[in-house]
Design a protein around this ligand. Structure first.
Ligand code: GDP
Ligand code: MG
Length: 395
């Protein structure tokens, strides 16, 4: 079946990245987006050779960037033998078609890149099903490529050409596959709900945060387990749940998939049961990477996604992680400077958060972990007491 499905394979491909600067997105923000896209491309196995940015009132509806810019890109990829171009936003089916026709090479967008990484990292049948569903949903409207082109040539008459019937067949195959995946997910969701129900009365704590901030590292540290953690985006795709005991007080700790800017909406839908872990948690431990230049932006993105998921207000502990990386300095002077910066940062956040609990740690160097544990203990204990007011003897 020719689905037009694209995957980035294990062999390193050389790519270029393309983004836009608009009145809403400043140049520095657009640069950061592209840097993140570079990290995504790297995670998927591609080396970025150059980044192109264009200032526009809005992305061009036909070709995302303007004609001149596309020409410039075309010249570059021809002379440098580039085989892959990645755009920073989700391209519409017609944009994708127009750009491919112009550039004559593999064209991907942020969405399909993220889906590709997810696909290569899915381990359980649950995660695999969720990713496949999202991929199929992305693919379906983009199957029209060839035949819309034909349609235009023939002025809408005599459309029943051979290309069209092939696409019709493909479309039907994809549609029935989507239906199948949805069925399968429904089954899995039911099983997971039962599993969650069976976990009994334990208080549930979920680690949430932007991707690559150190959630899995912290999970390992708190539960002494062995969850896969590495410096790549979305190293973990499946949620892991562990029973953790602090001072005789048991609770369940969940490691979740990381959030990211411009998360494909297909994913939010198909990852419903993964996100249910967050929805059903009693306490959220929101992890931040303070060594990242735009961690405040990450904080906002995560909060927005959380409030989309769940309207109820849950208690949150904010964990400012990677203090060691924040403080890394080449000499004494710089270190002193950074320590002052850290103090400033603490003050600003404490003022901003007023009642939210927060703690500054280094999961890697195991700094302030006891403080964090105490905080989690206090919260879990408080939740437990509210839920079981007459249970005086247990804890
Ligand atoms: P997740 O995506 O949020 O689960 O993040 P991971 O736990 O997989 O960690 C991402 C990367 O950050 C890994 O390379 C970790 O070793 C690294 N990391 C985690 N905690 C710290 C820390 O406190 N300091 C530093 N320097 N690196 C850390
Ligand atoms: Mg992780």
């Amino acid at each position: 079946m020719t689905t037009g499905h694209v995957t980035v394979d294990a062999v390193e491909e050389r790519c270029i990245l393309v983004g836009v600067v608009t009145p809403e997105i400043s140049e520095s923000t657009a640069q950061e987006y592209l840097e993140e896209l570079e990290f995504l491309a790297e995670t998927a196995g591609a080396i970025t050779e150059k980044k192109f940015l264009q200032k526009l009132p809005m992305p061009n509806p036909r070709t995302y960037v303007g004609t001149g810019k596309l020409e410039e890109i075309k010249n570059f990829i021809t002379s440098e033998n580039i085989e892959l171009v990645v755009f920073d936003d989700e391209l519409s089916p017609s944009q994708l078609r127009n750009i491919e026709r112009e550039l004559q090479c593999k064209v991907l967008d942020r969405t399909i890149l993220i889906l590709d990484i997810f696909a290569s990292r899915a381990r359980t049948s649950h995660a695999k099903t969720q990713v496949e569903l999202a991929q199929l949903q992305y693919m379906l409207p983009r199957l029209t490529r060839m035949w819309t082109h034909l349609e235009r040539q023939k002025g809408g008459i005599g459309l029943r050409g051979p290309g069209e019937s092939q696409i019709e067949t493909d479309r039907r195959i994809i549609q029935s596959r989507i239906a199948l995946m949805k069925e399968k997910l429904k089954e899995i969701d039911k099983q997971m709900a039962v599993q969650r129900g069976n976990r009994g009365q334990l208080v549930r704590v979920a680690l949430v945060g932007y991707t690559n901030v150190g959630k899995s590292t912290l999970m390992n540290l708190l539960s002494k387990s062995d969850v896969f953690a590495e410096n790549k985006l979305f190293a973990t795709l499946d949620t892991t749940v562990r029973k953790v005991v602090i001072d005789n007080l048991p609770f369940l700790l969940t490691d979740t998939v990381g959030f990211i800017r411009k998360l494909p909406h297909q994913l939010i839908e198909s990852f419903k049961s993964t996100l249910d872990e967050v929805r059903e948690a009693d306490l959220l431990v929101h992890v931040l990477d303070i060594s990242h230049p735009t961690f405040e932006d990450h904080y906002e993105v995560v909060n927005e996604t959380l409030s989309e998921l769940d309207k109820t207000e849950k208690p949150v502990i904010l964990v400012f992680n990677k203090m060691d990386a924040f403080l890394s300095a080449k000499d004494e002077d710089e270190l002193e400077q950074k320590q002052i910066e850290l103090e400033e940062l603490k003050k600003t956040w404490m003022a901003k958060l007023n009642n939210t609990k927060c703690v500054f740690i280094s999961a890697q160097n195991k700094e302030n972990i006891e403080e964090l544990k105490q905080m989690v203990y206090d919260e879990v204990h408080r939740i437990f007491k509210v839920r079981y007011p007459y249970n005086n003897f247990l804890y």
